[in-house]
Each structure stands twice: as structure tokens, then as C-alpha cells.
Design a protein around this ligand. Sequence first.
Ligand SMILES: [Zn+2]
Length: 255
Amino acid sequence: MKKQPGKPKKGQRVLVIGAHPDDVDFGCGGTMARWAGEGAEVFYCICTSGEKGTDDPNLPCHALATLREKEQRAAARVVGAKEVFFLRKPDGELQYSLEFRGDLVRVIRQVRPHTVFTHDPANRSFDIQYIFHADHRVVGELAFDAVYPAALNHNFYPSHLLEGLSPHAVAEVYFFASAHPDTWIDIEPTLHLKLKALRCHASQIKNPRMMEQMVRTWFGAWGREKGFAFAERFRRLEIFQNPGERLKKLKETLK
Ligand SMILES: [Zn+2]
């Protein structure tokens, strides 16, 4: 197992990039509640508003989009996230594009996170339909490419400089729902908040008791792998050991 994650530093900024409302709460809600409680500043970037997520033919997409954004904002408040950015890309139709990557780079340059959490672009086993949703694959890949090298290099999206946004070095990325986890975070103290955040997504939950049972079973099994009652597990990738140093050098070259 690689290095265990430490506690976040006070004021450490964390950006979670997810494809749909509720992905971040399933993927890392327990960890975000824990880190926010320990002083981290948590931000969410949700790429779509999940407007296709219904079987109800009488519920129009625009109405569901508004409802799901409201649900995600409520869930973010439960875990203590500070702000939710919605990119409002079309649900179920995400495609890799340089423009989309630029939108993620803009959010990274605005939020200036030390840590980014997102879907794992290395997942390619297609053994669980929810995890291998096409939108998750696209967002994982785009988030990775936005972190490195695009957000860091002033030659990528130079118009951001005119918007007052400067290049930014992310220190580390945690991929959730990874097929190759190397980092387990104990979420026993915040499982109740993860469940409460998930319950906010009422439009997506037909049977809250079943959802709760599923979450307890799944995250309980992952916890037992490392001696915890419940854990979220991730693949962690260090991008820069000292991102501050890297940014200082960047600033000097931009002078
Ligand atoms: Zn999703």
C-alpha cells in the first residue's frame, strides 16, 4: 500500500469533479464530510445536471435539472462543502473536447485546489454498469488532463489570464470507484452524513432503506479490508510534492 493520507491541513482546498449530481456523494461523501470537519475547504464541480435521470415521461428534463441541482446543493451543505459549480453539459452525451477540458481548467484555476477527487479514467473493466457509465469515463479522463498539464501551463487557455486566472499546480488526485485502490479513508465517524447527503437526491432514490443498506454493505466491505467499520477507498496519484514551489517558479517565468 502507498503512503496513507494524512489529515488535511486547515484551509486545504479540495475540488471534487463528478459527472452527475450524486456521484460525488457516492464516491467520496464520507471523506468530504470528514475533511470539511477537519478544516478543509471543499468545492464541487458537477459537469451535468443529470436531467435524463428519470423513468417518468411527464417529468421534463429542464424541471429535473433544476430539481437535481437543488438536491446536490442540499447534499453539499450536509457534508460542509462551500460551493457547487454546475457546468450544465448534456447528461449522457459527454464527449472529450478541448473546450470541455478548458471549462474544467477554469474551475481549477478559480478554486486553486491542493487536492482533486474524480472518477478513475483507468477503469476499463466494464463489470459494473453504474461505474462504467460513459459520462464517468469521459469526466475522469478530462479531469486528469485538466489537472496535468493544462491548468499548470500558461500556454493552455491563455484567455484565462485575461479573466484574471493564473496557472495552478494541483498536488494530488484521488480517483474514486477505482479498480486499483491504494488508499482507504475511515468514514465511520461521517457515514451518517454520507447517508444524509445521499438521501438529498430523492429524485434518484426509489427505496431509501435499500439504498442505505447497499451503502452500508459496500463501504462496510471496503472498510473491513483495512480494519475499519466503513471506508471509502481511492487510487491516489501525487502530481507535485511541493506545488507551491512549482507555482513560484511559474510566476518567475511569467514575469
Ligand atoms: Zn454518475
